[in-house]
Design a protein around this ligand. Structure first.
Ligand code: 13P
Length: 241
């Protein structure tokens, strides 16, 4: 992946019914996306097909929130990378902490990364430490271990195609955002190991996005709650300028 774009990615998580999704997408289409910004929307699986239709001809790119590690076949409830590709998706979030918290391991994350890459999807791989690890000064060590096991265990050609997202667990959905200098330090540490774009995620809003986007080694943001409102998401996009 090249490190010359600003990535603004919205992770809708398990939110928005059909009508709400349509309303948000219409609002987003009214906004202006500058050419240097890669605006990525990651709705729930059920909203993807409708979103693909509504976003046709717009600069927005679509991503999924997860992908199966399997290629196809008897895997009830799973969605394969080729199904996502078939809908015209470009990205997929892999290894979000909310899924790691449900038992997803680094090994599975690496299998999902490989499954996504096989179909030409760009995996946005999430890494982040717990509050306890943060308090004990173990942030760099934790993300380095996750990077090693979930991405660097792949071939260098595969690894260099991913995007990384540093999402400290204690900053997600808490309103307690990570000091930008800490996020910068972690991003620099990750880039020292793998030269790919690094995003920050965790309580990013319109009024604080600029603090992260102005950090030297942060190439974008991964936004949860604030991506559910068109105006707020577009304010974050503006902060990239
Ligand atoms: P919030 O922006 O709601 O804290 O969520 C961040 C996140 O988990 C994005 O993937």
């Amino acid at each position: 992946m090249t490190v010359n774009k600003v990535y603004i990615a919205g992770n809708w998580k398990m939110n928005l019914h059909r009508e709400e999704s349509v309303e948000l997408l219409k609002g987003l289409r009214e906004g202006k996306i500058p050419s240097q910004v890669e605006a990525i929307l990651c709705p729930p699986f059920l909203r993807l097909e409708g979103a693909a239709e509504l976003l046709e001809g717009s600069p927005y790119k679509l991503g999924a929130q997860d992908v199966s590690k399997y290629e196809n076949g008897a895997h009830t409830g799973e969605i394969s990378a080729s199904m996502l590709k078939d809908l015209g998706l470009s990205y997929v979030i892999v290894g979000h902490s909310e899924l790691r918290g449900e038992g997803q391991t680094d090994e599975e994350v690496s299998q999902k990364v490989r499954a996504a890459l096989r179909e030409g999807l760009v995996p946005i791989v999430c890494l982040g430490e717990s509050e306890e690890e943060y308090d004990r000064g173990l942030s760099l060590e934790t993300v380095a271990r996750q990077l090693e096991e979930s991405v660097l265990s792949l071939s260098p050609e595969e690894a260099e195609k991913v995007i990384l997202a540093y999402e400290p667990l204690w900053a997600i959905g808490t309103g307690k955002n990570c000091p930008p200098e800490v996020a910068q330090e972690v991003a620099a540490h990750l880039k020292g190991k793998l030269k790919v774009p690094v995003l920050y995620g965790g309580s990013v809003k319109g009024n604080n996005a600029g603090e992260y986007l102005s950090c030297q080694d942060i190439d974008g943001v991964l936004v949860g709650g604030a991506s559910l409102k068109a105006e707020e998401f577009l304010t974050i996009v503006e902060a990239a300028l």
